[in-house]
Design a protein around this ligand. Structure first.
Ligand code: NAP
Length: 248
């Protein structure tokens, strides 16, 4: 059966690797992005060149209307939705909590928590057997920061990832009998542009000595875990928080 997946923030970094891997696994792919249309189109082209089907959809995860428009585009342009990867997420400049503005906190929580909740809501409406769907899977991209708390860097980010872990556990139980499995992957430090966006482009190499495996991870290593959780090989796995972090 043809089926599709939405990868939020599928244009760069971890999301890009997930989008490419999902296409190889046979999904039609919605490559979501916020600003960088060129990067998203490049992912779509790579999938099409390999014989797959994909669309790039601009939608800001902080805007409900954008999220609704993205799901409508998938409904009309791709095969039935059977998977959602809540991957889009942000960090901010390193700061202690006593220096965090309301603007920063609202942006962090709206992007990293509210957006994933709204996407999950829309995916459930399409996938749940209680809504006439055929079931499916949701993977939330969390972080080991949910365990470490990220002191002196971004406790707000860590707290947003703690919230997504709680959402994963609760939602997994809520929809388990409706044919939907909900899991989270918690990456360690991975080579992507997110660190530069937080003003620390060399962060992975600076911190890799605290990783038991003594190296940063690659986006593909997160994609492999994500795609396994979505696959039938993980058919009895739900509510799991899977650390993919080199032992951290
Ligand atoms: P990245 O390289 O900065 O890429 C972020 C992606 O998310 C881009 O595709 C970006 O789109 C998109 N995005 C950002 N804000 C968005 C918004 N408001 N609406 C829609 N899309 C948005 O990030 P990454 O390192 O791959 O991180 C992906 C996920 O992994 C995040 O949830 C992050 O917290 C988590 N994670 C990363 C690491 C790490 O070390 N890299 C570790 C633990 C967890 P544009 O290109 O259009 O901006």
């Amino acid at each position: 059966m043809e089926h599709s997946v939405i990868v939020t923030g599928g244009s760069r970094g971890i999301g890009r690797a997930i989008a490419l891997g999902a296409a190889t696994a046979g999904y039609q792919v919605c490559v979501n992005y916020a600003h960088n249309a060129k990067a998203a189109e490049e992912v779509v082209s790579a999938i099409e060149t390999a014989g797959g089907k994909a669309i790039a959809v601009q939608a800001d995860m902080t805007k409900e209307a954008d999220i609704l428009r993205m799901f409508t585009a998938v409904d009309s342009e791709l095969a039935p939705l059977t998977a959602l990867v809540n991957n889009a997420g942000i960090v901010d400049k390193a700061s202690k909590v006593d220096g965090m503005s309301l603007d920063r906190l609202e942006r962090m929580f709206t992007t990293n928590i509210t957006g994933p909740f709204l996407c999950a809501r829309e995916a459930i409406k399409r996938m749940s057997t209680a809504h006439g769907g055929k079931g499916g899977g949701i993977v939330n991209i969390s972080s080991v920061a949910a365990k470490t708390g990220a002191p002196n860097e971004y406790v707000d980010y860590a707290a947003s990832k703690g919230a997504i872990d709680a959402m994963t556990i609760g939602l997994a139980k809520e929809v388990a009998a409706e044919g939907i499995r909900v899991n989270a992957v918690r990456p360690g430090i991975i080579y992507t542009d997110i660190h530069a966006s937080g003003g620390q482009p060399d962060r992975v190499d600076r911190f890799k000595s605290v990783v038991p495996m003594l190296r940063g991870g690659q986006p593909e290593e997160i994609a492999d875990a994500t795609l396994w959780l979505l696959s039938d090989h993980a058919s009895y796995v739900t509510g799991a928080l899977l650390d993919v972090s080199g032992g951290r």
